[in-house]
Design a binder for this molecule. Structure first.
Ligand SMILES: Nc1ncnc2c1ncn2[C@@H]1O[C@H](COP(=O)(O)OP(=O)(O)OP(=O)(O)O)[C@@H](O)[C@H]1O
Length: 303
């Protein structure tokens, strides 16, 4: 497999406290890789090590076919990023900030600035000083700056957390377009698991500094079965009823909910039987596990 980025056993400790522990991430070229984990799991630390903003205590980072070192200037010209709170010159406009970045990157291209301002929908406010921007607008500007030089690899640490639902949808479309049309590989961390589910094709889950798993979204969905969710006023009687109906593949979740995984069960026959047996049926519906369910199952198991 051709990986555009690989971390090989990277490790980082602060004052003896290991925050990233032997992490091996593999990002296939052309992927949209979603990096998820609880607060403090080590996501930003891994991303900073990839960008050589901090150095691993052990292991190394292979980026675009080369090992990352203090001299990897040429590699980093092909990489765009947003890490933590991006810094802008407050008294400058969006355009001026982007012009400055172009100069710094050795990439003078005014047309591209127009293009990216348009892509992130800041074209109408580009004359305004950045200090008057909302958090969401700053986030859009950060995305504009990250994609300015048409990077081959884009690292985005929580790029959508200040955006409203409309903004999130627009950025999803933009990331998908960059991936599809320009072939940009994207490594994105986000707390919004439903969004990662929609966007990413590969997922890495990190907890307490350890990479728990790395797999394709298809593999996740393959393991996620459809089920019927039953909400009743008496789970004990409902469970007995299910057994009497020869339904075996179910689990009682708590005092109200039962999930039935048996795919042959007819919803109509089931609701009829529950009502006929005098059990209160609060709700019933067919559902499918989400990335969130998968995430919680895995991280709970590890705990
Ligand atoms: N410079 C530092 N000095 C000491 N500890 C640090 C430093 N940077 C990060 N840490 C610790 O390392 C751990 C991992 O932090 P990191 O920011 O990588 O997590 P994260 O997964 O990105 O979390 P979040 O989603 O909350 O940003 C945390 O416990 C954090 O407190």
């Amino acid at each position: 497999m051709d990986y555009i980025m690989e971390t090989v056993g990277v490790r980082k400790a602060y004052k003896g406290n290991v925050v990233v522990d032997d992490v091996n991430i593999h990002i296939p070229k052309g992927a949209i890789y979603g990096f998820v984990g609880p607060n403090g799991a080590g996501k930003s630390t891994v991303m900073k090590m990839i960008l050589n903003l901090i150095q691993p205590d052990a292991g190394d980072v292979q980026l675009l076919g080369e090992k990352v070192t203090d001299h990897s200037y040429e590699i980093f010209k092909k990489v765009g990023s947003i890490i933590e709170n991006p810094y802008f010159y407050d008294k400058m406009t969006a355009r001026q900030n982007l012009e400055l970045h172009c100069e710094y990157m050795g990439f003078p291209n005014k047309e591209r600035i127009d293009e990216v301002l348009h892509l992130v929908d800041l074209q109408n406010v580009e004359g305004k000083q950045v200090r008057h921007y909302s958090l969401g607008m700053k986030q859009r500007l950060a995305i504009a700056r990250a994609i300015l030089a048409k990077p081959e690899f884009l690292i985005l640490d929580e790029p959508i957390n200040a955006l409203d639902p409309e903004g999130i949808r627009e950025m999803r479309t933009l990331f998908q377009r960059l991936n599809r049309e320009d072939g940009t590989t994207i490594f994105i961390s986000s707390h919004i698991l439903s969004e990662v589910d929609l966007l990413a094709d590969t997922i890495g889950i990190i907890q307490h500094g350890k990479l728990l798993t790395e797999l394709s979204i298809e593999e996740i969905h393959k393991h996620q079965t459809d089920y019927i969710s039953l909400q009743v006023d008496d789970v004990t009687r409902a469970a007995t009823l299910l057994e009497n109906m020869r339904i075996k593949d179910f689990s009682v979740l708590d005092k109200e909910f039962i999930h039935i995984y048996d795919s042959d069960v007819s919803g109509k026959a089931l609701s009829k039987a529950i009502i006929e047996n005098g059990i209160g049926l609060e709700s019933m519906g067919r559902k499918q596990d989400t990335l969130e369910d998968f995430f919680f199952q895995l991280t709970e198991e590890e705990k």
